[in-house]
Design a protein around this ligand. Structure first.
Ligand code: SF4
Length: 397
């Protein structure tokens, strides 16, 4: 592994205008500098720079769509293979994580609440803790990670990484309230009344989007987000039909194969999958099959029924059907807090600073944008952490 990573680092041309960073990386990671420090045996400096720019660097190095981002833009890729940037970043972030010497600013005496310990919530909690705020994270599940833990399979992102993040966050003094949902007995206004100067909502998008066809409630039908939450408890059978063709559909298909299903087919509505090319290729390598131009009409006990271009209906026998056509936010918090406004898509409405219609209450990530990427959630959350900092300092007693 290390030889390979060193070889890859040696292939970097140290471009003056690095396309990997400027065109490719949504969070503008300084890739040439990372590689230069690595080659100069200054790996801790590289790791600190990576963490400061992107606290989820170790995670992004595994789950980002590198083929469309840094590596897809690397100048080396024009006539050959791009530098394998993700492996270098992963090597650095992973080997240095426990040794990162994070130095939080002295306590400023102010409290902030973070609702949801997914990518957005973790990012905000870390940044604000480093700025000297006392942070409490409220999480519905028993462990941190949100979609990273309960939506991305182990073979793409080992859950042990999230346990390491938990430890690091505890070292920063961040407090957690697991198994606790804001929006039930306790609302956002209770937090504000208790003296939290600002509240961040990063509760993600957990409600499966329905197909809207008959049969969705049958016992042989499951939604991707529920299946990925805990695949061990499902008995899918040999033949599995997956409706939807995004990255979640690829995760479901590859997980089902790893759990013993023999005939896993993804049914695509049009001519192309919407998953990233990398995930699509891996799914094919794993043995997932694809059927195109299949429009679902209904689901029966024996499998889904599709309509072809000639409007002819046909039952495809399957033991289980999994619907993977994305998620929308749960509306628990919104239902309780009538002052929180939604946008036209039904997500939380925020202004350009990420502030919701309730003063001091901010939001980002999937709960605002609908399901997007991890790195997009980090990029926006970095900005919002600065906005929350500004807001709280302006309200300091
Ligand atoms: Fe190195 Fe490729 Fe980035 Fe140029 S574009 S700095 S070769 S990684």
């Amino acid at each position: 592994m290390s030889v390979h990573v060193i070889d890859e680092a040696n292939r970097c041309l140290q471009c003056t205008n690095p396309r990997c960073r400027e065109n490719g990386c949504p969070i503008h990671t300084n890739i040439p500098k990372m590689i230069r420090l690595f080659k100069e045996n200054r790996m801790m400096e590289a790791a600190e720079m990576l963490f400061e720019n992107n606290p989820l660097s170790m995670i992004c190095s595994l789950v980002c769509n590198h083929g469309n981002q840094c590596e897809g833009n690397c100048v080396r890729g024009i006539k050959g293979e791009p530098v394998h940037i993700s492996s270098i970043e992963n090597y650095i972030s992973d080997s240095c994580f426990e040794r990162l010497d994070l130095k939080p600013a002295p306590s400023n005496g102010m409290k902030a609440a973070v609702i949801g310990a997914g990518p957005a919530g973790i990012t905000i909690a870390i940044i604000l803790a480093l700025k000297g705020y006392s942070i409490t994270v409220f999480e519905t599940h028993d462990k941190i990670g949100g979609i990273l833990r309960y939506g991305i399979p182990e073979f793409r992102l080992p859950k042990s990484i999230l346990d390491r993040y938990y430890k690091k966050m505890r070292e920063l003094g961040i407090k957690f309230r697991p198994n606790f949902s804001i929006g039930g007995s306790t609302g956002i206004k209770d937090l504000l009344n208790d003296g939290y100067k600002s509240v961040f909502i990063g509760t993600g998008a957990w409600r499966p989007r329905k197909l809207g066809v008959p049969g969705e409630t049958f016992g042989n039908v499951f939604y991707a987000i529920n299946y990925l939450n805990n695949p061990d408890v499902y008995e899918l059978g040999d033949k599995v039909a997956i409706i939807g063709a995004g990255n979640a559909a690829m995760d479901v298909a590859r997980t089902a194969i790893r759990h013993g299903s023999k005939d896993v087919v993804v049914y695509v509505r049009g001519d192309e999958v919407s998953a990233s090319p990398e995930e699509f290729e891996y799914a094919k390598v794993d043995g997932v099959k694809f059927e195109y131009r299949k429009s679902i009409v209904r689901i029966e006990d024996d499998g889904p029924v599709f309509k072809d271009d000639e409007n002819v209906e046909k039952l495809v026998p399957a033991d289980s059907v999994i619907i993977a056509i994305s998620q929308v936010p749960q509306d628990r918090i919104v239902t309780r807090e009538k002052d929180l406004k939604l946008n036209e898509k039904g997500n939380l409405a925020t202004d350009s600073n990420g502030e919701t219609s309730l003063p001091g209450v901010f939001a980002s990530g999937d709960v605002v944008t609908g399901a997007k990427t991890v790195v997009a959630a980090v990029a926006v959350s970095k900005q919002i952490a600065e906005d929350m900092d500004r807001y709280m300092k302006s309200k300091k007693d």
